[in-house]
Write a protein that binds this ligand. Structure first.
Ligand SMILES: [Cu+2]
Length: 172
């Protein structure tokens, strides 16, 4: 009897350790012209647990050959992207993957992404959990500024980063 009880407790603890405590909010993939081989995905990661979690890029065979987590670095007025091995989401906090900041880079797209498409993406935790989620494709034209500068889009004044960000991806 006592042995049975111990087994039950161990099983319950294991289940708790594996329970996903990361939530993905406001996910979208930036839709670019079909000549672009790479694009980026943005979202907010919310750690609802009481332990810090490390998040790693996971393959997304639905859309791209490779997926990497990138950060933007601004140094002496120059912007560059830098691959991150992982990102820590502190317990009870959120980390935004947003234009001009952290992003999930989708490299060598294997199909054209049109505005309104849905793609499946995934992240892994350092504990080995895989977190899958879907994200709509939203044209870059709807992000507030035109990537090329030729399209007339109603201006969204708080998006001063987005042109630089778009250029960074175009030259990736
Ligand atoms: Cu990037």
């Amino acid at each position: 009897m006592a042995a049975g009880l111990v087994v039950a407790v161990v099983a319950a603890m294991a289940a708790q350790a594996e329970a996903a405590s990361i939530e993905v909010e406001d996910a979208y993939v930036r839709g670019l012209p079909p000549t672009q081989r790479n694009t980026a995905a943005f979202f907010i990661l919310k750690n609802t647990g009481d332990r810090d979690l490390e998040v790693l890029a996971a393959p997304a065979p639905d859309v791209a050959e490779r997926v990497e987590i990138h950060a933007h670095r601004h140094r002496n007025g120059m912007m560059s992207m830098q691959q991150q091995a992982s990102v820590t989401i502190p317990a009870g906090q959120s980390v935004a993957f947003a234009p001009g900041e952290l992003h999930l880079m989708l490299i060598e797209l294997n199909r054209p992404l049109r505005d309104g498409d849905t793609v499946s993406l995934a992240l892994q935790t350092s504990g080995g959990e895989t977190l899958t989620f879907s994200a709509p494709v939203i044209s870059v034209l709807k992000e507030g500024k035109s990537a090329s500068g030729t399209g007339r889009v109603n201006s969204n004044s708080n998006q001063s980063n987005s042109n630089k960000d778009n250029m960074g991806h175009a030259h990736h």
